[in-house]
Design a protein around this ligand. Structure first.
Ligand code: UD1
Ligand code: CA
Length: 452
């Protein structure tokens, strides 16, 4: 199967400097979602049709694996014209061709498979859905036996046709043999003066081809034309993902307040409290508790390293987990602790108010409140290594690069710029200077001065 994704439309209603298909749902571009669905549906090859001056879209498409072939539609003259921009791919392919739109990110591989399966008994298959409000959609017009006669675009439909609620999703499947012959016969004598791909149905029939349709849900086929629809699709995606996560054995105390990324992996017997946000690239093991207001991101624009939360970990409330974090079994990361590029080995604890960046923390080490790994000198990043069982006292600054040996103790308030040997005590704070009675004398003196 060859899958062609049409994504040349500018999406002017998004009011954005970015092309529509680069906007994101659950941390992945609309186009990324559609390409992923195509790959999951076992497409042998994928082609994407983009507009001119869409280098960013080209880049996003080629970032996907395997990278699809890219074709450019010079002028946006309609969906049939867009498909024909991929003519070399269509001409070279013998077998099934499925056309998808780049702005319908919730489409499932199962629906693509159903459209393809329809081709065993038809030459052209469209995918329909029953719309609550069909305004704007193309309508599937059928005869008394339910056979497809035509797809009528909203702007070209009569009063009676406007009452039809069975709509065209935009997904269309073709047998390759006579596909180009049908596409080349499509004209633009319609309300929008566009070459409509949907006209392939009527033209195919006049040429004696067999045309049928399969059904899917309205949720799955939602297209995005503006930011409100983007938010609506995000909400539907999140609802779907929350259900998956709960079905997989996680408790979401307040599901509507937890936001997942498209690729979040959650284990069994995980409890996620309210208001937790997952960015891309995070996987969570079993028996993990994530308390309220924790934010986890495993991959951002700079780093694509993922974040791995091991079995039995306790996070939050108010923890921030950033790219390149690996938390071993039973690690505790508490409130106002930020972790980045850090490996915390089994049983390590950082319970309060810390920054742990570019560091290894050995098993069972204890990181006191207010500990900071000073990993950046204004020019370069440096690493810190904390041995197993080490105890870092509160309010310690570890100036990287620096190594704290296994079992070492660092006294509270220290600024550590040199390596500390295993099992040693390092303290850098100023000596304690105490003057008996000084405070009382001072107060008496000051009170007298104030009166006079
Ligand atoms: C299309 C269908 C309609 C269906 C609806 C479902 C046609 C003629 N109409 O209408 O039957 O109910 O989708 O959402 O196909 N595109 C290009 N180049 C173009 C025009 C469009 O690449 O010249 C791409 C767009 O980027 C978009 C897709 O094709 O991804 C659909 O185009 P759009 O203009 O949104 O079609 P609709 O009017 O929504
Ligand atoms: Ca559309």
């Amino acid at each position: 199967m060859l899958i062609v994704i049409l994504a040349a439309g500018k999406g002017t209603r998004m009011q954005s400097a970015e092309p529509k298909v680069l906007h994101q749902v659950a941390g992945r571009s609309l186009l990324g979602h559609v390409i992923a669905a195509a790959v999951a549906a076992d497409a042998q090859s994928v082609a994407v049709v983009i507009g001119p001056d869409m280098d960013a879209v080209r880049k996003e498409a080629t970032r996907c694996a395997p990278a699809p072939a890219i074709f450019v539609q010079t002028n946006q003259r309609g969906t049939a014209d867009a498909l024909l921009a991929a003519r070399p791919a269509l001409a070279a392919h013998h077998g099934d061709v499925v056309v998808l739109f780049g702005d319908t990110p919730l489409l499932t591989p199962a629906t693509i498979a159903a459209a393809q399966a329809g081709l065993t008994a038809a030459d052209i298959v469209t995918v329909g859905f029953d719309a609550i409000d069909p305004t704007g959609y193309g309508r599937i017009l059928t005869d008394v036996q339910g056979g497809v006669l035509a797809i009528r675009e909203h702007k070209d439909a009569s009063e009676a046709e406007h009452r039809v609620t069975r709509c065209n999703s935009g997904v269309m499947a073709f047998r390759s043999e006579r596909m180009l012959e049908v596409l080349d016969a499509i004209g633009n004598a319609n309300a929008k003066a566009e070459f409509y791909l949907t006209d392939a149905v009527e033209i195919g029939r006049t040429k004696g081809l067999r045309v049928s349709y399969v059904m899917t849900s309205e949720t799955e086929t939602q297209g995005i034309n503006d930011r409100a629809q983007l938010a609506g699709v995000e909400a539907d995606f999140q609802a779907r993902k929350r259900l998956d996560v709960m079905t997989g054995g996680a408790t979401l105390v307040a599901p509507d307040t937890v936001y997942f990324s498209h690729d979040t992996v959650i284990g069994r017997d995980v409890v996620i409290e309210p208001f937790v946000v997952f960015g891309p690239g995070v996987s969570v093991g079993d028996n993990v508790t994530i308390r309220a207001f924790t934010h986890l991101v495993g991959a951002d624009k700079k780093l694509n390293t993922g974040a791995k939360i091991g079995d039995g970990v306790e996070l939050g409330p108010f923890s921030r987990i950033r790219p390149g974090t690996v938390l071993g079994k039973n690690v505790h990361v508490g409130n106002f602790v930020e972790v980045k590029g850090a490996v915390l080995e089994e049983g390590a604890k950082a319970n309060h108010l810390s920054y742990l960046g570019d560091v290894r923390v050995g098993a069972k080490a204890n990181i006191g409140a207010g500990t900071i790994t000073c990993n950046y000198d204004g020019f370069n990043k440096h690493s810190t290594d904390i041995g197993a069982g080490a105890f870092i006292g509160s309010n310690t600054a570890l100036v990287a690069p620096v190594k704290i040996g296994d079992g070492a103790i660092v006294g509270a308030g220290s600024v550590i710029v040199k390596d500390v040997a295993a099992d040693a005590l390092a303290v850098t704070r100023a000596p304690h200077d105490e003057r008996p009675g000084w405070a009382a004398k001072f107060r008496t003196m000051m009170a007298r001065r104030k009166k006079s």
